[in-house]
Design a protein around this ligand. Structure first.
Ligand code: MLT
Length: 202
């Protein structure tokens, strides 16, 4: 059953534009609910748990090493996640979600944008990196994407995140890339930037 992700659903008055919350390595479906509620107080929140376990740490796809992805697995699991979103929209009566992903969750959100652009209306990508060596061609016309990088991130060089921003822009997305005085972890600035950016969307 491709739609069988363990997940949490938190109702909210705004079911037209829910948030799809995608956790980082070692997180789970509960992790980002408080962040989601802070940055989108009205939104319905849909939070799946990644289906891969790396030594007990949940993730959304396999990797060969840190920062080196199993691209075939990423493609397959991106399809599974798109199917989960479609099934959850029908089950909970939701419009198409905007993704809020952190680290590994941001990486599969970027993959969803590239491979299954119909799944998302946009995305907040916190500490993402380029998911595919060769970016798949996608039509992201006008989709808003906020990328938040850490200037001192030891896992994702800022240059790599810049490349992702360029790839998404080249597909037509309306990308804002901000570089925060932070490492790989979430900071208060991520919360305030995401909140202000989400509020600024039409
Ligand atoms: C990944 O594997 O997606 C990236 O290395 C980020 C991480 O999860 O640490």
């Amino acid at each position: 059953d491709t739609t069988g992700f363990i997940h949490r659903f938190e109702p909210g008055p705004d079911t037209a534009r829910p948030l799809l919350l995608l956790h980082g390595t070692g997180g789970d479906e509960n992790d980002l609910l408080p962040l989601g509620r802070m940055v989108a107080p009205e939104a319905a929140l849909l939070a799946p748990r990644g289906g891969v376990s790396e030594n007990g740490m949940p993730r959304f796809f396999l990797r060969l090493a840190e920062g080196v992805f199993d691209e075939a697995d990423l493609r397959r699991r991106t399809g599974d996640l798109a199917a989960f979103v479609a099934a959850s929209r029908a089950r909970y009566g939701l419009g198409p979600p905007l993704a809020l992903g952190f680290s590994n969750g941001a990486n599969i959100a970027a993959s969803l944008l590239m491979l299954r652009p119909e799944t998302l209306t946009g995305a907040v990508l916190i500490r993402p990196m380029v998911p595919f060596a060769e970016p798949p061609a996608a039509d992201l016309a006008g989709r808003p994407v906020l990328i938040l990088s850490g200037a001192m991130d030891p896992i994702v060089p800022v240059e790599n995140a810049r490349r992702l921003a360029q790839q998404l822009s080249a597909s037509g997305a309306r990308v804002e890339h901000r570089i925060l005085p932070a490492g790989h972890g979430l900071s208060q600035a991520d919360v305030s930037q995401a909140l202000a950016w989400l509020r600024s969307l039409p």
